[in-house]
Write a protein that binds this ligand. Structure first.
Ligand code: PLP
Length: 376
């Protein structure tokens, strides 16, 4: 039996989402772009699902675009900048690679990338204020960090951006990768005021390969890949209707169960946090303004060695951020950007929870931590 603590990398597909996937695949098999009756039936289902998803997110359905995952949502946003006169992108060094991998190509086309500090995992709004010069056209700060779980002060950052917009009398676009926030924080896109955000279904027990892009003012973004004009020209390609319907169902299920399951997750997180600390592990995740779903700690073995030992004992944990191919060094760089010492970053592990994580499993994980500690 494996006990799964790698939910920030991906979650299993819930029965409810899978049932919806199968039902939609069977009932709506035509292409939503076809003008025959079956095509129009699929189109109706697509638009109904958009409305229901938008309602769950508290946004206007016209602001919601379905994509093949957060990576594509991010790609649509950042590649669209190639149409524009270049300027500065103000960001940080703790963004997911799906975002930061755009910097080299954008730099090649004249954009400049400027970095905010991320001490302890947090962006300081005062730093945003100081660095937001007239040439900044885009600010990119993620909502919830996937390595340590820090929740960024998005609302405060947005207020500063809008203040500067008024002062400079030009638009500044605020992008926030919100993958680790979906269903897990009180995400209020309208209130926080971001211009664009990315989401993924497979972090909330939905299927892989399906995601969403939020665009507050869709008319301002010109996609570089409109292809057949689907998703109102933002994301070309035949829509994955079963995936879209299953994502909506997964989101609904999360929201319905969140209050109850989060109590258990907080308890699991605390149990491991306190227990590991007592064993001499260093807790890297912040203690406030952090998601209970992610816990990053540093122990005495190289991350990969520790992760393998735990795997042999039947536990899935991560040596960093497995959503970026678990490649050695990537999350280490992110941790160092937060001020974590290089040797601690090399010994960092990530334990991540889902709505179905049980306290018994957390107790077993802690016991395994103790065994490893005794034997090294
Ligand atoms: N952004 C963050 C913060 C993530 O954790 C992930 C994880 O995979 C992604 C983006 C990419 O999401 P997707 O797998 O849907 O492309």
């Amino acid at each position: 039996m494996t006990r799964y603590f790698d939910n920030a990398a991906t979650t299993y597909l819930s029965d409810r989402a899978l049932d919806e996937y199968i039902r939609t695949a069977r009932e709506y098999s035509a292409n939503p772009s076809s003008i025959h009756r079956d095509g129009q039936k699929a189109k109706d289902k697509l638009e109904r699902t958009r409305e229901e998803s938008a309602e769950l997110l508290g946004i206007d359905p016209r602001s919601l675009f379905f994509t093949s995952g957060a990576t594509e949502s991010i790609s649509i946003f950042f590649s669209s900048l190639l149409w524009l006169e270049p300027g500065i992108i103000l960001t940080d060094k703790i963004e997911h690679e799906a975002v930061s991998s755009y910097w080299p190509i954008l730099e090649r086309y004249g954009w400049r990338i400027d970095y905010l500090k991320a001490k302890g995992g947090f962006i300081n709004p005062e730093d945003v204020k100081a660095k937001l010069s007239k040439d900044v056209k885009v600010v990119s700060v993620m909502n919830t960090n996937n390595v340590v779980g820090a929740i960024e002060p998005i609302k405060e950052i947005n207020e500063i951006i809008r203040e500067k917009e008024r002062e400079y009398n030009h638009r500044i676009s605020f992008f926030s990768d919100s993958v680790q926030a979906l269903g897990k924080t009180d995400l209020d896109l309208t209130l926080s005021g971001v211009d664009a955000a990315s989401f993924s279904a497979h972090k909330i027990n939905g299927p892989r390969g399906i995601g969403m892009l939020y665009l507050r003012n869709p008319e301002r973004l010109r996609s570089i890949a409109p292809a057949g004009g689907q998703e109102r020209g933002k994301r070309g390609g035949t829509e994955n209707l079963p995936g879209i319907a299953a994502m909506k169902e997964a989101l609904k299920e999360w929201i319905e169960n969140r209050e109850e399951s989060e109590e258990e997750i907080k308890a699991c997180n605390k149990l491991i946090r306190d227990g590991a600390e007592a064993l001499g592990y260093r807790i890297i995740s912040p203690s406030v303004n952090t998601t209970p779903y992610i816990l990053s700690l540093s122990q005495s073995l190289p991350s990969e060695v520790f992760t393998r030992i735990m795997a042999d004992k039947g536990f899935c944990i991560s040596s960093g951020s497995a959503c970026s191919n678990n490649a050695k060094g990537k999350s280490e760089g992110i941790l160092e950007a937060m001020g974590v010492r290089a040797d601690e970053a090399r010994r960092a592990i990530r334990v991540s929870f889902s709505k179905d994580t049980k306290k018994e499993d957390a107790i077993e994980l802690l016991k395994a931590f103790e065994e490893v500690k005794k034997n090294v």
